[in-house]
Design a protein around this ligand. Structure first.
Ligand code: ADP
Ligand code: SF4
Length: 690
């Protein structure tokens, strides 16, 4: 297939100072939870983007000095030559596939606590650090400013020598020293670096000049700048100082990478922001500068990308998440394979890798972060082994991914589901803000429909005899899970006394099936802590019910801190007058009253609850597996087929985890790793010894 001529414009080269990008696809900096700690993993992951057709592939933020130490987060680091060698791995991988490598040089100012280096924290002014750490930053002297400029310059030279083609000055996300200087909120200086905007921009201007002078002959110089902080008059705004900054520096860099701040606004989830949500803020930039402009907007639609370029909003299509969900997005557009694009669902599971200090993962792309340690390629999978016929029971995220990947390996796959397929991805997509979750099943069902190796049987309830009769060589059980009604959860270690007699006790399974409480008041009890408790409380409040959300967690939907949604969820609930009761655990239920105990004092709180919605734990639907394998798996060796349980039917978790489990099972069929060895490569710390 060849590409649709409508998309030709996306494949035009773009000059960025002395270097040229082969097309308009630009992987902007994004964190990955691996950073300097896992240089091989990062190099392989970034190299995959280059192979997939991105013209520019950037690092995440790259700290230039030990006084900018972001521990516990693992970002890129360029403190010395040892770091330079490790970063060169990435530049090399990116170059192997004809792309440009960009590096986002960063000094974090008072955004860090220097937990590792234990150096004093340098800030634009005396200030608290950007965390609850009991540490303050000291206002930088002119000598300190000169130090930072020198470190930045040295880092730029090392970056060039490591092979990078584009070097950034990073003034974005409220995370970096240049932006702290620009910001009236942070900058309380009275010298020539404070006061007027001209003064506050001085450091950024100097860093641009220094970088241009040091490496500008060989490297394109980029600036990343947040044109709007979405704080109104209190912050930088695109209609005011945001625009003025771009006007002041307009022609200095070779490329403008613009976005909104902070990171939660920049990487807003699909639940709270549409594709292209930043357009109204960044649209002015191209009117102010003649230099190429890159911006982001969770773009997965080629038409939307073309529209950005044709309407003069952006010159290059920036992407972090769409490039994570599908590293081969540009190649697929180029080859006319639009339907093969794995579209980002905007869930921010990728972001959670950074916040939980774990290697990046993605709901849509199970190979993300596994390129080096497991050798997984998003588009290539090994041919089948000795088995031929595989039966997958359950077409939720785990079963769909397993069936699709096994078909790609060349197995003859039958996929049976008692319903229409899609599992929880389809069910949850009916809830407010979660429509994009359906992309998980849409993509896989479409791939399966086109595969000559896979037969999908919806409306097929399987049981032990029908599975035995099927005559498969291998059976994968992916029958999912259901929500418990008894209250057993993370904080409530046993069923809640009295709950079985409550007249209206529902679970998320009821809500997604359309069974809502007949009347309130409703108590949503959330001992799950991810998104569902909050979403359901919101839905019920929107239906006019009086809703209380109680949780043993410190705040509602507390795990969504890791997807940068918690503050928005809490705001949405408070705006709907949902009563929030954090740090309370359900003790018992008597008729229409639930008794909650305060986690701190043990004091009891009575809560009227004509209806209960229990969002606690899920129970695996594993009876089919155990009927065949035996309760203690004692029949496994006697069955005429291999059998495996995957996804939620093994242990309920996120959709991302179910997809990953299905993918791993598909890769490992006929190819099981030795259970006594670590099934992936590791990046070990150096040891100092003979
Ligand atoms: P996961 O997240 O692990 O993929 P889901 O709960 O999303 O789990 O999906 C499980 C799927 O399995 C559902 O679509 C359900 O209809 C299907 N299923 C459950 N039991 C059976 C069965 N006995 N036969 C066929 N399909 C089943
Ligand atoms: Fe998109 Fe979710 Fe994947 Fe992140 S984890 S790239 S938001 S699908």
């Amino acid at each position: 297939m060849s590409r649709d001529p409508r998309y030709d414009i996306l494949f035009e080269p773009v000059a960025i100072g002395p270097v040229t990008a082969r097309n308009r696809f630009y992987q902007v900096p994004h964190c990955n939870g691996m950073g300097h700690a896992m240089p091989n993993s990062v190099a392989a992951m970034r190299g995959m983007k280059a192979e997939g057709g991105w013209a520019v592939v950037a690092t995440e933020e790259c700290d230039i000095h030990a006084s900018s130490d972001v521990l516990p987060y693992a970002e890129a680091r360029l403190w010395d030559e040892g770091d330079q060698q490790r970063l060169a791995l990435m530049a090399d991988r990116v170059h192997e596939h004809g792309a440009l490598a960009a590096i986002e040089l960063t000094h974090s100012g008072h955004n860090v606590s220097n937990r590792y280096s234990r150096l004093p924290v340098l800030g634009v002014s005396d200030a608290g650090v950007n965390s609850f750490d009991p540490v303050q930053a000291c206002a930088m002297t002119k000598r300190d400013i000169a130090d930072v400029r020198r470190w930045h310059r040295q880092a730029a030279i090392r970056a060039r020598d490591a092979g990078f083609d584009i070097v950034y000055v990073y003034a974005g996300h409220d995370l970096t020293l240049p932006m702290h200087f620009i910001s009236r909120r942070h900058n309380r200086r009275s010298d020539e670096y404070g006061g007027s905007l001209e003064n506050r921009v001085r450091l950024t201007r100097e860093l641009l000049e220094d970088t241009k002078d040091a490496v500008g002959d060989r490297c394109g110089i980029a600036i990343r700048f947040a044109v709007d902080e979405l704080l109104g008059d209190a912050g930088i705004a695109s209609g005011a100082e945001g625009r003025e900054v771009v006007e002041m520096l307009a022609e200095m860099p070779d490329l403008w990478d613009v976005n909104v701040s902070d990171w939660a606004n920049d990487s807003v989830t699909a639940r709270f922001g549409e594709e292209g949500a930043q357009e109204s803020y960044v649209a002015f930039v191209k009117q102010v500068t003649s230099k190429p402009v890159v911006g982001v907007g969770r773009f997965t639609s080629a038409d939307a990308m073309v529209s950005q370029v044709k309407r003069g909003i952006l010159d290059m299509i920036g992407a972090a998440r769409p490039s994570i969900a599908d590293p081969f997005l540009p190649r697929k557009i180029e080859e006319g394979r639009i339907e093969d694009i794995r579209e980002c669902i905007g869930c921010n599971i990728c972001v959670s890798g950074d916040w939980t200090q774990s290697p990046i993962r993605c709901t849509q792309n199970p190979t993300m972060g596994e390129e080096w340690r497991r050798g997984w390629h998003p588009e290539i999978i090994s041919p089948r082994g000795s088995s031929k016929k595989v039966l997958v029971v359950g077409a939720g995220p785990a079963g769909l991914e397993a069936a699709m990947s096994l078909g790609q390996r060349g197995y003859e796959v039958a996929l049976a589901d008692s319903g229409d397929g899609g599992g929880r991805a389809v069910r949850e997509a009916t809830l407010p803000g979660l429509a994009s979750y359906k992309r998980v099943s849409d993509y896989r069902l479409a791939q399966i429909a086109r595969s000559t190796h896979i037969s999908f049987y919806p409306g097929s309830e399987m049981d032990g005899p029908s599975i035995r009769d099927f005559g498969a060589d291998q059976v994968l059980i992916a029958t999912g899970s259901y929500w418990r009604t008894d209250g057993l959860g993370r904080a409530t270690f046993a069923p809640v006394p009295g709950i079985e007699d409550h007249p209206q006790c529902l679970t998320p399974d009821d809500i997604v099936a359309g069974t809502l409480p007949a009347h309130g008041p409703v108590l949503v009890y959330d001992d799950d802590h991810y998104y569902l408790g909050g979403v359901i409380a919101q839905l019920l409040a929107d239906r006019g019910l009086s809703v209380t959300l109680a949780t043993p967690g410190p705040e509602v939907s507390c795990w969504t801190q890791n997807t940068m949604e918690q503050h928005r969820i809490e705001q949405a609930l408070l705006e709907r007058d949902v009563k929030l009761v954090p740090k309370h655990t359900m003790a018992r239920v008597d008729a229409n009253t639930a008794t909650l105990t305060c986690n701190s004092t043990g004091r009891e709180l009575q809560c009227e609850a004509a209806a209960l919605v229990m969002v606690t734990l899920r129970a695996p639907v594993n009876d089919l597996y155990f009927a065949l394998a035996g309760q203690q798996q004692e029949h496994l060796d006697d069955l005429p087929f291999g059998i495996l349980r995957i996804g939620d039917c093994m242990a309920p978790a996120t959709i991302a985890a179910a997809v990953y489990d299905g993918h791993r099972a598909a890769r490992e069929l006929d190819n099981l790793p030795d259970p006594d060895t670590v099934p992936f490569k590791r990046e070990r710390a150096l040891i100092d010894g003979p």
